[in-house]
Write a protein that binds this ligand. Structure first.
Ligand SMILES: N[C@@H](CCC(=O)N[C@@H](CS)C(=O)NCC(=O)O)C(=O)O
Length: 208
């Protein structure tokens, strides 16, 4: 058994962020799968023992005699990567890395990830009327996020600092599968080249 268990649904790219971070750093992870479409993260036992917020991913950390649970994908990546080169040393670059991770959670993931989940895993015919009504706004929001990323990458290879960081991992997770949500990545050529750079990293693992 490793020091970590990732509580995850393998379809979730929020969970994949943590697997990718661990792989790039050579950190072994055990994995425990849940099916979010069956409500397996909403059971009383999960809410009591793993995450009161009823969501995956959660990183279970065994440290000495203590076992602790860390929800939120970007927090779990930060924990694994602390003191590694995936977090920039320079003070501004470190804050800039966090800036892109917050951008990912507020402006990117709620649009790009949600459309992927609705269209590729739930199915448009099975959406509630309220979800169907949000498709247009989520598409507009996702396209704005991708356009901003594309513009940022025009003159640079990585999002923060001068080498790959957690900002790239956080943004890569749902961007590289955005086509499943109906986004056309060919409209964002700098993003496409950056995706290839991430996929070419030594120890890269695919989402599976
Ligand atoms: N901000 C959270 C988002 C967590 C989240 O929304 N998880 C989804 C899967 S990606 C989930 O567990 N959905 C099941 C549910 O809400 O019942 C993170 O980055 O970890």
């Amino acid at each position: 058994m490793s020091a970590y268990t990732l509580h995850e649904d393998p379809i979730s790219a929020n969970c994949y962020k943590i697997r990718l971070t661990a792989a790039l750093l050579g950190i072994p992870l055990d994995r425990r799968a849940y099916d979010i479409r069956k409500g397996e993260t909403r059971t009383p036992a999960f809410i009591r023992d793993v995450n009161a917020n009823g969501r995956i991913p959660v990183l279970e950390i065994r440290d000495g005699g203590a076992t602790r649970f860390l929800p939120e994908s970007n927090a779990a990546c930060w924990y694994l990567a602390s003191r590694s080169a995936l977090i920039p040393q320079d003070r501004f670059d470190q804050a800039d890395c966090l800036r892109w991770m917050f951008f990912e959670q507020y402006s990117h993931e709620p649009n790009v990830a949600t459309l992927r989940f609705w269209l590729a895993f739930v199915g448009e015919a099975n959406l509630t009327p309220a979800q169907t009504a949000q498709i247009g706004a989520k598409r507009t929001g996702g396209e704005a996020a991708l356009a901003l990323m594309d513009e940022h990458l025009q003159a640079r290879d990585w999002f923060a600092g001068t080498s790959v960081s957690l900002a790239d991992i956080a943004l890569y997770a749902y961007t590289h599968v955005a086509d499943a949500g109906g986004f056309n990545l060919r409209d964002y050529p700098h993003v496409v080249r950056w995706l290839a750079r991430v996929a070419g990293l030594p120890a890269y693992v695919p989402i599976g």
